[in-house]
Design a protein around this ligand. Structure first.
Ligand code: CMC
Length: 379
């Protein structure tokens, strides 16, 4: 078979069909199953979005109630998993913990390799319900605090903040966090979603596919950028230091985290929603200086790099949002992962329902008919 020139980074290559999310990168549009993301962040909730992504339609009242029940019944970890978690090094990175523990969940499943659609879906539900517990338990463990068991009467978002902080969040905090979960749930064939689809296309298992996706998401060019944004904001002492800091980075041709996107050539619609959220939360929590620095960075980037199609992406204002919600820096990317499990799982199910093994080609650019040089003659 002949191969054509490589498309570095697979830019512009259509490698899957999906009914889950639609992105128009020129016009800054994102829809889940046809519903604009702004509608969902304003009116929906995370559980409803999970149903939407997995069923390609909104749930009825009783279907939503059932999904909430199915999820909350699974908040607690399987026997033995808490002990496994408490044996981890306390200084482990939460993304390494999450990747490892989701992989470990497969060993607590009597039938981990079963990928019949209904079984794969059940496994995805289990993993999605366990992820907040893993993150909250690990965070409390590393701080030397007692573990707070989940409460089944709380929603996904409320329960996570409850387990993390030991108190039920205010409705404002819970709603803000739920909006973050909605906004991060799915995004076309991004790198981690592709990783999940590639792995499941071998007919491997749900745990392996999700583990690969978490590994991909951690990278600073992908979900890890939200942590990079916060590090940058912390490095800039005050508002007056923003201009020299950003200009110095631009002159050195260094990337500013939270800007630029392979698909969007305008402002990411999720960034627009998160900006509003960040502004309100910053006001409520006395973090106006942080929000002001973020806005100043955006203004300079617009002046300097908008012509290149570089605008804020989802990670830019999510950093301020998560900081205002009281989350530690290294929990930012796990928050992205916790929500994106919904999208990854939906894509795994989509791939399984019409599978063909992913096996692209590489353009060979090495030598041919090379001599086999005996060891003694090699320099
Ligand atoms: N700051 C400054 N310049 C940038 C940035 C940035 N954030 N992003 C891209 N550029 C420049 C880049 O230097 C290059 O310039 P030139 O043509 O002069 O060499 C040009 O824009 C194209 O960049 P690229 O890296 O080749 O574009 P890509 O489509 O391969 O990468 C990206 C997209 C998201 C990896 C990139 O924009 C980037 O590294 N951004 C910073 C990291 C980040 O915020 N990632 C989160 C992405 S969105 C959410 C998610 O996926 O998790």
């Amino acid at each position: 078979m002949s191969t054509t020139a490589a498309s570095k980074g697979l830019a512009g290559i259509v490698a899957a069909e999906t009914e889950m999310s639609y992105i128009d990168g020129e016009r800054g549009i994102l829809e889940y199953v046809g519903i604009p993301i702004g509608e969902l962040s304003a009116k929906s909730n995370f559980e409803e979005v999970i149903f939407l992504l997995w069923n390609r339609r909104l749930p009825t009242e009783s279907e939503l109630k059932q999904l909430k029940l199915d999820l909350s019944e699974r908040y607690e970890l399987p026997a033995g998993m808490s002990n496994r978690l408490l044996a981890l090094p306390m200084n482990a990175g939460p993304m390494h913990m999450l990747r490892t523990m989701i992989s470990a969940l497969s060993m607590h499943d009597p039938d981990p390799n079963n990928i019949e659609l209904d079984q794969a879906r059940l496994k995805a539900l289990n993993i999605l319900a366990h992820a907040p517990t893993l993150i909250a338990y690990f965070d409390r463990y590393r701080r030397g605090r007692y573990l707070v068991p989940p409460r089944r009467d709380l929603s996904f978002s409320e329960n996570f903040l409850y387990m993390l902080n030991g108190s039920v969040p205010t409705p404002t905090m819970a709603r803000a966090f739920d909006i973050c979960m909605i906004l991060h749930a799915d995004h076309g064939l991004n790198n981690s979603t592709f990783a999940a689809r590639v792995v499941i296309s071998t007919l491997s298992d749900v745990y392996s596919a999700l583990t690969a996706a978490i590994g991909s998401l951690r990278g600073p060019l992908h979900g890890g950028a939200n942590e990079g944004v916060m590090l940058m904001l912390n490095e800039i002492p005050s508002l007056k230091d923003v201009e020299p800091y950003v200009m110095d980075k631009i002159e050195r041709k260094e990337k500013i985290m939270g800007f630029g996107h392979r698909v969007y050539k305008t402002k990411d619609p999720r960034a627009t929603d998160l900006q509003k959220l960040a502004q309100q939360l910053a006001k409520d929590t006395g973090n106006e200086d942080l929000f002001a620095k973020s806005q100043a960075i955006e203004k300079i980037m617009e002046r300097e790099l908008a012509a290149k199609g570089i605008y804020p992406n989802v990670d830019f204002y999510s950093a301020t949002t998560y900081h205002c919600l009281g989350l530690d820096l290294d929990l930012f990317t796990p928050m992205f992962a916790m929500s994106r499990i919904a999208g990854w799982a939906g894509h795994i199910l989509e791939q399984l329902s019409d599978n063909r093994l992913y096996r692209p080609a590489a353009e060979y650019i090495g030598p041919h008919d090379a001599p086999y040089v005996p060891m003694k003659q090699r320099s």
